[in-house]
Ligand binder design. Sequence first.
Ligand code: GLP
Length: 245
Amino acid sequence: MKIRVFSSEAEFDRACAEAIVNQIKTKPDSVIGLSTGRTTVNMHRIVCELHDREGFDVSGITLLNVDEFAGVPADYPGTCGNRLLEAIVRPLGLSDGQFIMFPTESDDYKRDCAAFTAEIERRGGLDLQMLGLGENGHIGFNQPGTPFGYSAWVCPLLPEVEEKVRRETGIGDAVRPGGATLGPADIMKVRRVILVAKGDNKTDIVQRIIEGPVSEEFPATVLQGHPGCEYWLDAKAAAKLRISK
Ligand code: GLP
């Protein structure tokens, strides 16, 4: 298990951005998985700044997000896809085919989840996944209780997330929004996983998922069994770790 602790948030953001850039430079046809949220927003911006400055070749890469809202209109600005289009896909000048995502609407998510993982495999599999962490230990949209054997699927949203999506999209009561996500089994196939966490609100869960027992009640603990998993943390998120000291 490899743990890196950065003394400031700025150092964390910079190092995470460099991990993505180095992956692209080392393997120009890399398939890279991203996560949306507060943890990753700065790293995406810095990747774009480095690209503007250095002009490294991004014409062969594939980007994707680990998860996406399911059952919401495609033009909802809060979709993971739309947020990443704005934050990194368009600024890097990637073509449509270089950004692959779960659909936001589908009449058959089982089929579309299988198609998504098949497309990842067709492109050679995920080289790197920058993986965010939820305060309850979730990774992607996989909430506590998700079987580790699950491949891509649609996980029910937490009530507060569902409420927010309903408010913002105005979707009717007949629609049950969900979280399409790579499953723990897909994440375990990624060659290099960097679990990223920063801030005070992640201190307890970081300690639990790294130093506590492996349990499906804390989905991120599955990573303890991944030989290529690294935990990159800022000092606040790492504050309760005993292992790293
Ligand atoms: C959401 C996303 C995850 C993300 C997590 C952490 O649940 N579906 O992919 O990793 O939030 O978000 P934040 O970085 O804002 O704490």
